[in-house]
Design a binder for this molecule. Sequence first.
Ligand SMILES: NC(=O)c1ccc[n+]([C@@H]2O[C@H](COP(=O)([O-])OP(=O)(O)OC[C@H]3O[C@@H](n4cnc5c(N)ncnc54)[C@H](OP(=O)(O)O)[C@@H]3O)[C@@H](O)[C@H]2O)c1
Length: 289
Amino acid sequence: MTNSVYAVTGASGHLGRLAVQDLLARGVPSGDIVAIVRTRDKVAHLAQRGVDVRVADYTRPDTLRTALVGVNRLLLVSSSAAGQRLAQHINVIAAAKTAGVSRVVYTGFLNADHTSNPLAGEHQDTERALRDAGVPFIVLRNGWYTENYTDRLAQYLEAGEIVGAAGHGRISAASRQDYAAAAVAALLQNVDGSRAYELGGPSFDLFELAETIRTIIGTAVTYHDLSVDEYINTLKRSGLDQNTAEFVAALDASISRGDLETNSQDLEHLLGRPVTSLATVIGETQHHA
Ligand SMILES: NC(=O)c1ccc[n+]([C@@H]2O[C@H](COP(=O)([O-])OP(=O)(O)OC[C@H]3O[C@@H](n4cnc5c(N)ncnc54)[C@H](OP(=O)(O)O)[C@@H]3O)[C@@H](O)[C@H]2O)c1
């Protein structure tokens, strides 16, 4: 029996890169891994390890069809081009169908069936496109990345505060590393048909985020919860334009409504181990700073 060939789009990005590394770490032969990127130079390290690097762009269907030749299972990492994503994802799904891909694993949005988050629409539409295409798929409805917060750790420590409008809304975040490992598990797993997983880790609110930072690092950080209007004004004073400030504040308002919380254990089940804790991610972030 020949091996399956696994392709990962966005392999030059944070999540895609981790997924390729995880496939290699699990012993998938490098020659059975296709890393799809826009810029070959960004993944020279993967080519050196024998990974089959192919160049394609979500906006150019011909490049996608070529890149997917011979691929059995595809991890479609959602595009970073908000507003243009649906058309781009449809291009990838169509090319996957043409190439005879037998499973598309897609990084979607947590609670896609009922969320009110302003970022979710393109992911919900992509799920519909997957269903319409008739290609077996697994949707990974990813929650927030813990890194959405820990990437700003230095800033929080310097200011001694976290500012937001998320109220006591709980966030079932997980690290990109854990989402990447779950994506690889979904690529490799032996299941038939299509399904969606709700993925997130143990939840915290922003008061608890501040408290965990204080506990792990020993520096006092306080969460200041503002009204949405106050938060918009604060963001504008820090240099954001009106539209961006409104958008960022709308994300926190969505958190306050509970959109980013799940009690699903799907992530832990896919990982086969507990989800990496917030405290551990904070500690590792400090260590690597
Ligand atoms: N759950 C969360 O909290 C969260 C947060 C942020 C984003 N996201 C979503 O999750 C995705 C993965 O996260 P990430 O951290 O890995 O993002 P990232 O580092 O920005 O990676 C995005 C990847 O998409 C590729 N890409 C963008 N436009 C493309 C196009 N037209 N054709 C082909 N490839 C294209 C990029 O390629 P280049 O290297 O060539 O630019 C990059 O490899 C994001 O794209 C976004 O949809 C989720």
